[in-house]
Design a protein around this ligand. Structure first.
Ligand SMILES: NC(=O)c1ccc[n+]([C@@H]2O[C@H](COP(=O)([O-])OP(=O)(O)OC[C@H]3O[C@@H](n4cnc5c(N)ncnc54)[C@H](O)[C@@H]3O)[C@@H](O)[C@H]2O)c1
Length: 372
């Protein structure tokens, strides 16, 4: 594939490929669009990274930042390397060194698939710069936003804004970082959690699951918590249960047009990325079921990342309460805005959200004189 063919009217503005003979590391940085601010997006490490994949993810970041109306642009980086290799640290150090012209002025590394908090500490060390990578351990002044469960927290806040959760029945697919944090917040906001699933099966109880017990079991058994809880059912039951709010928070492509025709819910809040197909979104809109698109509902992580960016050089760690307050107010306002805009324009919420993001980026490009 010719990298130049990736470039369209939005970007990428810059693609930098690097390699290191000693470790065999290859990597790429894609800076998609900086009209609204410096390019920002996570860094992944996997044996299967490709330039096209990283470019696509960088574009998603352009829309995501614009949709939440925060002033960063889209970027993403990828390292072609096995994260379980004993040479991971050397490959990561080589990647950081090779990009020292760009990092941190034009790009700051961030956590994504294959990289952990420890890796953030390594990159900071390699470039002798606390600002080179986000997501460092709290002991180094970093913001542990996965630990805080900001994404799941935000998903529940969005549901509360649109449905008023007290006494509402909620079903959640997935009991990982996003699903479990969402379930915790749902219970705090007074919802009745009628279904939860993990890869090991689904739990369904129309009278409400014991969330405190379930979360305690997760602490001990992880994804196997659903089995330990007892009464586990076949996967898929959690999606079909009658409820007021349904949250797919596990995988992509779980709701197709057929399933969309069967769902017994009033609101779908997308915790996972890309859980509903375009055809499903249209079916749900016709049935009067509101859908909050992924890049609106699961943007808690990027809001936390924005705080982390601000705090990179500060001696004062970010107060988690400040982050959660911002996630709540920002996501509630965005979700309400997208639902109203979709109604007014007669489009699906996904189309409304993407159009809104594109308009903001285009406006910024015009103001900067990048387009006529
Ligand atoms: N972690 C974040 O901050 C974040 C932010 C934005 C979007 N997302 C998206 O949210 C989704 C979940 O991410 P995560 O970080 O919670 O992942 P995770 O790996 O922590 O958890 C995934 C959960 O889904 C369950 N699962 C897997 N296959 C399943 C199946 N067939 N049926 C039911 N459950 C199944 C797993 O058992 C696990 O409980 C992904 O699409 C991810 O891209 C995550």
């Amino acid at each position: 594939m010719d990298v130049l063919e990736l470039m369209d009217e939005w970007g990428p503005e810059k693609v930098v490929c690097v390699s290191d003979r000693r470790t065999g590391m290859k990597g790429v940085l894609v800076i998609d669009n900086t009209a609204r601010g410096m390019g920002k997006g996570g860094t992944r490490m996997s044996p299967h990274v490709s330039v096209a994949e990283i470019a696509r993810l960088a574009r998603v970041m352009t829309w995501k930042w614009a949709a939440v109306d925060l002033f960063f642009g889209g970027a993403k980086a990828g390292i072609v390397f096995d994260p379980s290799s004993p040479d991971k640290e050397q490959a990561l150090r080589a990647f950081a060194r090779k990009l020292s012209n760009e990092v941190p002025r034009e790009y700051v590394l961030g956590l994504d698939v294959g990289l952990t908090e420890r890796d953030a500490a390594i990159v900071q060390d390699e470039l002798s710069d606390r600002g080179a990578m986000m997501g460092a351990p709290a002991q180094l002044g970093g913001l542990p936003y996965d630990e805080l469960g900001v994404t799941g927290f935000g998903v529940a806040e969005v549901a509360d804004e649109l449905a008023g959760l007290r006494g509402r029945r909620v079903a959640v697919q997935g009991f990982g970082a996003v699903g479990a944090a969402a379930v915790k917040r749902f219970a705090e906001l007074g919802a009745v959690v009628v279904a939860v699933s993990s890869v090991h099966g689904a739990l369904v109880d129309p009278g409400g699951l014991d969330v405190a017990r379930l979360l305690a079991l997760r602490g001990e058994f992880g994804d196997l918590a659903v089995r330990e809880y007892g009464g586990v059912r076949e996967l898929g039951a959690e999606l079909r249960v009658p409820c007021d709010v349904l949250v797919p928070a596990a995988l992509q492509d779980v709701i197709d047009a057929d399933l969309a025709g069967e769902l017994d819910t009033a609101l779908v809040v997308e915790g996972a990325n890309l859980p509903t197909s375009v055809a499903a979104q249209e079916v749900l809109a016709r049935r009067g079921i509101t859908v909050v698109p992924d890049f609106i509902a699961n943007a808690g992580g990027v809001i936390a990342a924005a705080f982390g960016m601000d705090a990179r050089y500060s001696a004062f760690p970010v107060d988690p309460a400040t982050v959660l307050d911002a996630v709540s107010s920002k996501l509630r306002a965005n979700a309400a805005n997208v639902v109203t805009t979709a109604k007014n324009r007669g489009t699906t919420t996904h189309v409304a959200a993407r159009d809104m993001a594109q308009e903001r980026v285009l406006t910024a490009m015009k103001l900067r004189g990048r387009v006529a």
